[in-house]
Design a protein around this ligand. Structure first.
Ligand code: PEP
Length: 255
C-alpha cells in the first residue's frame, strides 16, 4: 500500500492581522518547523502572506493561499493571481471552499478554471468538496460529492493529478462543532478515492491525499486520522491557536 504522508493545513480565513499572524507562525515554526513526518501548511489572509513567507524561510512549514483568480493578470479588482502567489513562495492554494461557493457564488466551472490555473503554475490545489445538511438528509451526499469532484477536476491530466489534494468538508460540520462520525467521513473518503481511481488510475488515486475538514479538534482528530482513507485535516477554528494546531500536527504524526 502506498504510504501517504499526512497533511495538516490551517485555514485562517479572515482572521489575524499581519502582527497576529507573525506571532502565531513564530510559535508554529519553533515547535514544528523542522518536522518531516507530517506536512504542515498555513493559509493566512493575503495581507499577512508576505510576512509569514519570510518567517517560514528555512522551515518545513509550507505557505498556502485561501484563493486565487485563474487569469494571469488584468482588470480583476480585488483578485490575486497565481504569479503573485508564486512570487511569495506559496506552494498550496485552497479552492472551492464551501464559503467561497455559498457566500461568493463560486460555481463548479469557475472552480475548475482555478484548479487548472493552480496546477499550471506549480501550486498544489487543496480542492474542497462536500454536501450541505439538506443534501445529506435527502441521501444526496455521494451524488453531490461526485458532481463537485468530477466538475472541479475536469481537464486535469494524470500527471498533474498527483499534485492535487482533495478536502472532504461536509458543510454542516464547518465551524459548527458538529463533526462527521468516523464512519461517515471514511465512507465518503473511500468513495472519493474510488472516483479518483476511475478518473486517473489506481496508482495516482493511491498517491492523492484526501483531507477531512469540519470541526476537527485535538479531541476528535486521532480517530478520524486513523481511518485508512483520511490523510490529514483542513482545519479552521483550531488552526487559529498554536496549541490546538500543534496538537493536531502531533495527532497526525502517530502511525
Ligand atoms: C474549514 O473552514 O475549512 C473548516 C474545516 O473549519 P472548522 O475547522 O472551523 O470547522
Amino acid at each position: 500500500m502506498t504510504h501517504r504522508k499526512k497533511l495538516i493545513a490551517g485555514n485562517w480565513k479572515m482572521n489575524k492581522t499581519s502582527a497576529d499572524a507573525a506571532a502565531l507562525v513564530r510559535e508554529l515554526t519553533a515547535a514544528a518547523g523542522q518536522r518531516t513526518d507530517v506536512e504542515v501548511v498555513v493559509c493566512p489572509p493575503f495581507t499577512a502572506m508576505e510576512g509569514v513567507s519570510r518567517l517560514l524561510d528555512g522551515s518545513n512549514v509550507r505557505l498556502g493561499a485561501q484563493n486565487l483568480h485563474p487569469e494571469k493578470n488584468g482588470a480583476f479588482t480585488g483578485e490575486i493571481s497565481a504569479d503573485m502567489l508564486r512570487a511569495l513562495f506559496v506552494s498550496h492554494v485552497i479552492l472551492g471552499h464551501s464559503e467561497r461557493r455559498t457566500l461568493f457564488g463560486e460555481q463548479d466551472a469557475f472552480i475548475n478554471q482555478k484548479v487548472l490555473a493552480a496546477l499550471k503554475n506549480q501550486l498544489r490545489p487543496i480542492f474542497c468538496v462536500g454536501e450541505t445538511l439538506v443534501e445529506r438528509e435527502s441521501g444526496a451526499t455521494l451524488t453531490v460529492v461526485q458532481t463537485q469532484l468530477e466538475a472541479g477536476l475536469a481537464g486535469v491530466s494524470r500527471e498533474q493529478a498527483a499534485d492535487v489534494i482533495v478536502a472532504y468538508e461536509p458543510v454542516w460540520a464547518i465551524g459548527t462543532g458538529k463533526v462527521a462520525t468516523t464512519e461517515q467521513a471514511q465512507e465518503v473518503h473511500a468513495f472519493i478515492r474510488t472516483l479518483l481511481t476511475k478518473l486517473f488510475s489506481e496508482p495516482v488515486a493511491q498517491k492523492i491525499r484526501i483531507l477531512y475538514g469540519g470541526s476537527m479538534k485535538p479531541a476528535n482528530a486521532p480517530e478520524l486520522l486513523a481511518q485508512p482513507d483520511i490523510d490529514g485535516g483542513l482545519i479552521g477554528g483550531a488552526s487559529l491557536e498554536a496549541r490546538s494546531f500543534l496538537e493536531l500536527v502531533t495527532a497526525a504524526a502517530v502511525k
